[in-house]
Design a protein around this ligand. Structure first.
Ligand code: FDA
Length: 309
């Protein structure tokens, strides 16, 4: 990332929200469920699967958390009504994890049981390291209750991830493997780019060796090449793993995977609480300064910033 882009990343929280909203437009389906369903219809037509996420990590009351759990029912109904090939992703903070563990458990189980009725699947996103233990505990609780239509996310940058994979192995968990996005102290997470890549490759090996279905969630060509090598060596069928990417990121690379016969699932977030998610995505965009500049120029010249998909 260039020096001015890095500087801007630090300043992002000071960028006015309307500007963030415009330049983060590409990462979010919209504010309404209909927006997500329309977008997923288009992705499905391109041979891509989706996972739909309701943005809502900034909730402050149990009622808000319950409302998000109920809103997932509408998502499942939308998936069925529109005949979409999609599952859902949930953030446990949105379901009340920071308010009360039991409330979160109740909400999560409510969502997963509803998914079960329509033979659908729920992916529990992984948030910052203060939530890892509780997230894994909730996952285990659901599996112990006989719910198998639920999966977790493991973050390759965490030093604990390989031991976690060992501990979870008897459950043969369905895992999304990603690098990890939250800012963590050095004693908890690798910071060096190569160490994170090494952690990712080792975690993928351990998961595939253990027979897990893995959602390989990265836009990093180096890791995608390694994953392609690993699945080819094991002669896995295309139904035994999938690639995953974020909406609005490296579409041509995703297209290449689809054309080569691999499954690709796109993470499709929607909702009113778009701000924290948008900031995280912009912080990872290597050309962030260019986007902010283009937005400013666009407004000065009267040309809007169009959705860059
Ligand atoms: P890297 O950041 O090195 O990106 C590789 C290349 O992709 C970049 O050089 C750039 O070209 C492009 N790129 C990446 N991000 C971009 C952006 N925002 N805008 C424009 N270009 C971009 N994390 C987490 O902690 N918990 C979670 O639950 C999830 N869930 C999740 C689901 C899915 C489907 C994906 C793909 C990712 C996540 N993540 C996540 C985020 C993940 O941890 C990681 O932060 C991002 O995927 C970026 O890492 P890459 O592996 O893509 O590498």
């Amino acid at each position: 990332m260039a020096v001015y882009d890095r500087a801007l990343v630090r300043l992002l929280p000071a960028v006015p929200k309307p500007v963030v909203r415009r330049i983060a437009d590409r990462y979010i389906a919209g504010t309404r469920l209909e927006d997500a369903c329309t977008l997923v219809t288009r992705l499905n037509a391109q041979g891509k699967l989706a996972t739909i996420d309701i943005l809502g990590e900034a909730i402050t009351s149990p009622d808000e958390a319950r409302a998000i759990a109920r809103a997932y029912h509408d998502v499942f109904d939308g998936i069925e009504r529109n005949g979409l090939d999609a599952n859902v992703s949930v953030k446990l903070t949105g379901l009340g994890l920071e308010l009360d563990y039991d409330l979160c458990h109740e909400n999560l189980e409510f969502v997963v049981r509803h998914a079960e009725v329509s033979s659908n699947f729920v992916r529990i996103d992984m948030e910052d390291s203060s939530t890892t233990d509780a997230t894994l505990a909730l996952y285990r609780q659901l599996r112990a209750a006989g719910l198998d239509n639920v999966g977790i996310v493991l973050q390759a940058y965490l030093r604990r991830t390989l031991p976690d994979i060992r501990d979870l192995a008897p459950l043969r968990p369905n895992v999304r493997l990603c690098k990890g996005i939250y800012v963590e102290p050095e004693e908890i997470a690798f910071e060096d780019r190569q160490a994170i890549r090494a952690g990712f490759m080792a975690a993928l090996t351990a998961l595939l060796d253990g027979g897990s279905y893995v959602g390989i969630a990265t836009h990093d060509e180096f890791l995608i090449d390694d994953a392609l090598r690993q699945v080819a060596e094991r002669e896995l069928a295309p139904t035994e793993y999938e690639f995953q990417m974020l909406l609005g990121v490296r579409e041509p690379l995703g297209d290449e995977l689809v054309h080569a016969g691999h499954r690709l699932r796109i993470y499709v977030p929607f909702g009113e609480q778009w701000y924290p998610y948008s900031l995280r995505r912009l912080q990872e965009n290597p050309r962030i300064a260019g986007y902010v500049a283009a937005d400013t120029v666009g407004r000065l010249t009267g040309r809007g910033n169009h959705r860059g998909r």
